[in-house]
Write a protein that binds this ligand. Structure first.
Ligand code: ZN
Length: 182
């Protein structure tokens, strides 16, 4: 289990016992203290430090950052977080944007919310080299939501194919049957 966000420290102030919560920045080891009740509710302590600009994960000391290292302020990534989850994808070049846009225009029908046969966000991403997330976002912003899942559409097409093969086969069987009878 990770260590809690802060330690409670007991000291005597003017001869009377007092309790302090102490928090340490994971990134630069800066620390801060605030005076608290003898048995303070953890939320209260977290809020107190947050008001001072700290980023506090009260269950995990490895995710606490001082105001200077606050992830949202400095853009510093918490050490324990995988970079892929938090790094925004680089903005695609205008040329790539145009390619994605043109391909969406050709292959996606905003009225039906469906791609042409065999097309999808993933395929446009493959063909242009753009990230799938970017293609999806561009489609949603500029053209509209996907109402027909390309995979489901493909499945429906193979079922239709099978059904027509089946009915051709059954016509053939009928035919044979008729010829066999006297
Ligand atoms: Zn710091």
């Amino acid at each position: 289990m990770p260590r809690a966000a802060y330690d409670l420290i007991r000291r005597r102030i003017d001869g009377k016992p007092a309790t302090f919560a102490r928090i340490v920045c994971r990134s630069c080891a800066a620390h801060a203290e605030c005076r608290v009740d003898a048995r303070p509710p953890p939320e209260t302590i977290a809020k107190t430090f947050e008001r001072e600009g700290w980023s506090v994960d009260r269950r995990n000391a490895n995710r606490c950052f001082c105001p200077d290292c606050h992830p949202s302020r400095k853009g510093t990534l918490p050490v324990t977080m995988p970079a892929t989850l938090t790094t925004p994808a680089p903005m695609p070049s205008p040329k790539l944007l145009r390619q994605v846009f043109a391909m969406l225009e050709d292959r996606f029908n905003p009225e039906t919310g469906a791609f042409q046969d065999g097309w999808s966000d993933a395929r446009i991403a493959r063909e242009t080299g753009a990230s799938p997330i970017f293609v999806t976002k561009t489609r949603e912003d500029a053209f509209g939501v996907l109402r027909v899942d390309p995979d489901v559409a493909a499945l429906r097409r193979s079922i239709d194919d099978l059904l027509s093969q089946l009915s051709a086969l059954s016509a053939k069987v009928d035919d044979l049957d008729k010829r066999r009878r006297p």
